[in-house]
Design a protein around this ligand. Structure first.
Ligand SMILES: Cc1cc2nc3c(=O)[nH]c(=O)nc-3n(C[C@H](O)[C@H](O)[C@H](O)COP(=O)(O)OP(=O)(O)OC[C@H]3O[C@@H](n4cnc5c(N)ncnc54)[C@H](O)[C@@H]3O)c2cc1C
Length: 310
């Protein structure tokens, strides 16, 4: 099938748009156009797209909140699938939070607390979707009622619904998915819903957990460039003895404030590259590569990327 007939066939879907700028959909505010932007609102719409796309075999990229990706300036020559608002619905059944794959993590933390469920506080400052965050096992400092501790999407994960690229629906139990640091075994699967078993709280406990959220957000405001356009942490923390974090390593190497045009290593947190206005993907790539080479030259440590340069 030619590209033009592929586009015409996808454009028969009412939720498909041609030539959508990805910069509108990434927190770093950059990226060229996607040839096709697909935004289904229901499982049936998702399946109709996947079945059609499967016949053509066109390249497919799944984009959630766009908060951990750096697309190229040329954009994407295939279809970008983004779960629409119909996938943002969440509900609670006893102590289980059932969240749509498109739900926004910070909103979900508050939703859980409104339902007197705690332990989802780790997600309060992560501007990603449930689907992207389960897929990449996002994590951060959380609150357990007594104190603060590291948690991630895997910690209270109970299962999920995911579709494969042929449009087949899978109901996965927690034991079906392997998680490790910022990684899951979900591969090509598209996560449309996830379940988390949380901690039931009393009214007083809820207030305590809300205070935990306030403190977590305050720490973020002080230690991260929360208001700047970024893609979160660019590098994973190296598993090397004596190395506290990737950010500390980049800072020790004197690379805070280094820039390539308007792309700059944040002065607030050296694991963030910020778009100070009009940066493009090539500049972010060049800067990231420069930092990696400098860190390796100075320390011998090879930084591994967490953000997806796509
Ligand atoms: C200010 C800021 C702070 C951040 N803080 C943290 C933090 O504390 N901890 C942390 O872990 N991350 C953090 N991040 C990074 C980012 O928010 C997380 O990685 C988040 O989980 C990414 O989710 P997303 O929906 O935006 O995914 P995207 O960036 O859209 O995509 C990331 C990956 O997930 C895949 N994906 C997206 N949706 C789906 C889906 N439905 N099914 C299957 N695969 C999918 C994509 O194909 C891609 O490979 C931060 C980012 C910013 C900008």
């Amino acid at each position: 099938m030619s590209v033009s007939s592929w586009i015409s066939s996808l454009l028969t879907l009412p939720f498909a748009v041609a030539n959508e700028p990805l910069a509108r959909h990434t927190t770093m505010r950059l990226g060229g156009p996607a040839v096709m932007w697909i935004e289904p609102q229901t499982e049936a719409e998702l399946v109709s797209f996947l079945e059609l796309n499967q016949k053509v075999g066109a390249p497919l990229y799944v984009l959630g909140g766009g908060s951990n990706v750096i697309p190229t300036d040329e954009g994407w020559s295939g279809a970008v699938l983004h779960l629409g608002k119909g996938f943002e619905q969440s509900r609670v059944e006893e102590r289980v939070l059932i969240a749509g794959g498109g739900a926004f993590l910070p909103k979900l933390t508050h939703f859980a607390l409104e339902n007197q469920l705690g332990n989802f506080e780790w997600a309060c400052g992560i501007p990603g979707s449930v689907g992207g965050s389960v897929w990449g096992n996002a994590g951060a400092r959380g609150f357990n009622g007594q104190g603060f501790e590291g948690r991630d999407a895997a910690t209270d994960f109970a299962g999920c619904i995911a579709f494969d690229r042929r449009g087949v629906r899978h109901e996965l139990h927690k034991d079906d998915v392997d998680f490790s640091y910022r990684r899951s075994s979900l591969g090509e699967l598209i996560v449309t819903e996830a379940r988390f078993t949380l901690k039931p709280l009393s009214a007083n406990g809820t207030l305590k957990h809300k205070e935990g959220v306030r403190q977590l957000l305050e720490v973020r405001r002080k230690t991260q460039p929360a208001n700047a356009a970024s893609a979160g942490c660019i590098w994973k923390n190296p598993k090397v003895e004596g190395c506290v974090s990737a950010g500390a390593l980049v800072e020790q190497c004197g690379l805070k404030g280094q820039n390539c045009g308007p792309a700059r290593v944040s002065e607030v947190h050296a694991n963030f590259i910020v778009n100070t206005g009009g940066a493009n993907g090539a500049q972010v790539r060049e800067l990231a590569q420069y930092v990696e080479e400098e860190v390796e030259d100075q320390t011998g440590i090879k930084l591994e990327r967490e953000a997806r340069f796509w």
